[in-house]
Design a protein around this ligand. Sequence first.
Ligand code: GLU
Length: 449
Amino acid sequence: MSTALPEQIEAIFQQVKARNPGEDEFHQAVKEVLESLGPVLVKYPEFSDQKIIERICEPERQIIFRVPWQDDRGEVHINRGFRVEFNSALGPYKGGLRFHPSVYLGIIKFLGFEQVFKNALTGMPIGGGKGGADFDPKGRSDSEIMRFCQSFMTELHRHLGEHTDVPAGDIGVGGREIGYLFGQYKRLTNRYESGVLTGKGIGWGGSLVRKEATGYGAVYFVREMLKVRKDSLDGKTCVVSGAGNVAIYTIEKLHEHGARVVACSDSHGVIIVEKGIDLDLVKQLKEVERRRIADYAGYRQGARYLAGGTIWEVPCQVAMPSATQNELNGRDARTLVRNGCIAIGEGANMPTTPEGIRVFLDAGIAYGPGKAANAGGVATSALEMQQNASRDSWSFEFTEQKLDSIMTGIHAATWETAEEFGAPGNYVIGANIAGFIRVARAMEALGLI
Ligand code: GLU
């Protein structure tokens, strides 16, 4: 992947930086996509004439709002809420909500921008958006979480709708939060509008497999990358960063494929288990009791805990970054390659720094970027919307089969696009170009809006 952008694209990137000062993660996400687009403009000059790239880099609408709430002691807190409605050429804005203290406009914009291309790759009728708040759910009681969600939705609801904007979860927003958000939306609008949020509970409009989908999908993507290399996951040693929803179901599916996951992590440290992680214990600690991964070592012999350590030093053949952005840098990437890693599947959004990506591509290993590899979550959200629209609910097997074929399709599309544009095996270029062309074609058809 070249880092020098052709002149015309470099000028657009400089403009994006100047118009969005201080938003480093957004700049990073835009640069990575723009670096892929040179050959597209040569092949399709009409995209330049219509300023498609400039338009794609500017969100259609950005909403920033105050979220006041009271904690259990009666103290008042003020958080900042966001929803960036990035692009609706292919369907209603679709993308998760992130509740994390690091959230600011630059993070929501990078996530929204990535979402546009990811959603296009799924082939489903969904545009791209993202939202969230700089609220820290850690250590908060259930009633505090409920009050926060209610306050957040009190403003957000006027911007949503099943045909307008359909949020879901992301870091810090899971089934519990979606429940409180949906309850407040229903109360404010007096409508049981199932299709307005995804990631709902089973029994009140949710879809089977949605919870598992991002992790399962990422493993299917890695399976496909290995398949073209005449290899498989069977018997592979893996590490999966994170211990949240994505990491847990990545581990589950890796185990089903005969792989052994020897490490996972949370924001405090890394747990290493040479004979393989006991996933039931991780689920109990993280999903049920909401505790730290460090506590794993207290329940199982042979588990080592590295406080504050980096997981990428644990030797593995397959690494699946499933925690957060920029969690894997150039040095980590070199360590992984040196230790014999042959495949990377990104469950998180933009977890590898630009230098890390270069290391992987130069080493010629199979590198599956997040916008392709983790698209299974949002794809299954679109399946949830489909079930809601037809007032139907599908079986686990049927839904999982659909997810599998969507992921296999994304792999094929990114692989073929990379070949077509002269970069065989480069899924970064394949994903960026394939996603971009789908959005660009729709924007072209819809006119200058
Ligand atoms: N937050 C997830 C993502 O990054 C899922 C979004 C959704 O289901 O709408 O793609």
